[in-house]
Ligand binder design. Sequence first.
Ligand SMILES: *Cc1c(COP(=O)(O)O)cnc(C)c1O
Length: 459
Amino acid sequence: MVAYKSKVVERIRLPSRERRAAALEEAGYNAFNLAADDVFVDLLTDSGTGAMSDDQWAALFRGDEAYAGSSSFDQLTSAVADVMGFERLVPTHQGRGAENVLYGALLSEGDVALNNTHFDTTRAHVSNQGAEPVDCPIAGAHDPETDEPFKGNFSLERARAVVDEVGAERVPLVIQTVTNNSTAGQPVSVENTRRVRAFADEIDATFVIDACRFAENAYFVTRREDEFADATVADAAREQLGYADALVMSGKKDGLVNVGGFVATDDGALFERCKQRAILYEGFPTYGGMAGRDVAAMAVGLREAVEESYITDRIEQVRELGAMLEAVGLPVYEPVGGHAVYIDAGATFPDIPADEFPGQALVCELYREGGVRGVELGSFAFPETDRPELVRLAVPRRTYHREHFDHVAETAEAVLEKRHEVAGLEIVSNPAVPELRHFTASLEPVSAERAAAADGGSE
Ligand SMILES: *Cc1c(COP(=O)(O)O)cnc(C)c1O
């Protein structure tokens, strides 16, 4: 049930079909290069794109901009203690700032980090420390059709196999990402978190929870894990997070703000190391790369994120979009996860081979057809990993309504009707950091002649 009404609105408009075609070409067929004004319904990401509440806007005005000892920082400290159960935190400009601070303190050259699935910035930060990121998703995690309650879980079997191979001393860090963003936003059970905690103890590793979407995960725990059937989302969240030695948080997700993040830990020595790195890379440890007003808004947002009415509406809205897309015939990843609907672009465009990026082709066609922006998370975003060709339509928090979703579903239906005419794409310029190429690379449609030649066709 909807849990809010509008107080401020932002105008949007659908550019003409000609403008959309031109914009796509100018953007090098990369949705990250599109101007937001050229986009009608923007489902590129739910990161920092949501609407703040009136209480958050009020907090913004009361933000304390003191360089040191800001009262906004005290409010955040108290919110993190109440909502997440950690006493000490280092604020950062956003989640990846927290990753740099924490993983720089925990990893050295040659180490291995285990994660149910590394989010793209996590993977890049682990690599940037000279360490190797290894994913341990459960079997079937990437299968868009298995209907399991906790497809985001961390596979202890895979983790043990890695430790047997490289030796426990090379694995100082175990990360669990809740929800598992890169595995279609699938949740992780508390039972799985407990087992990962025990495993980290066994191999003497630090256990970090990537908590960016902790409230969404906790919602699923209360609905799908028997032990928590009578628990509140707030209780489930605190229970799960409490098993970690440290948290990485992006305020742009379940902090319900437009910017911000932090590392939280109760480990005094780790906290000191993070603080030193934060001063170097982020800012003084009571503001850490955020304005005081943003710290204040996040303190309010964290508390709102675990309110039953908010989080229920949030998850139901995403599920509703998934059902609408499925109804028009799009192959939707099942079950729908916490923050986004994932579409199997390989199944949508069976004529486009993986090396011509069917996912990116779907992203481009959704834009061309209806000004809808999504993002590819298949072989374009993750070269050299064995993943399905997924496209993500992420739902910004408290932002869009049923009418927007109707438009997205109609757009998807129109794309499906011309599925056999859509061309694949090839990369024409490639940036230096391979893990992040999907943010900036440009592409071109594979020409009809080339496609025919590749097919061995003679027409
Ligand atoms: C968004 C995200 C991050 C990075 O946070 P930013 O605020 O975008 O830098 C890290 N991990 C996960 C799981 C995320 O969803």
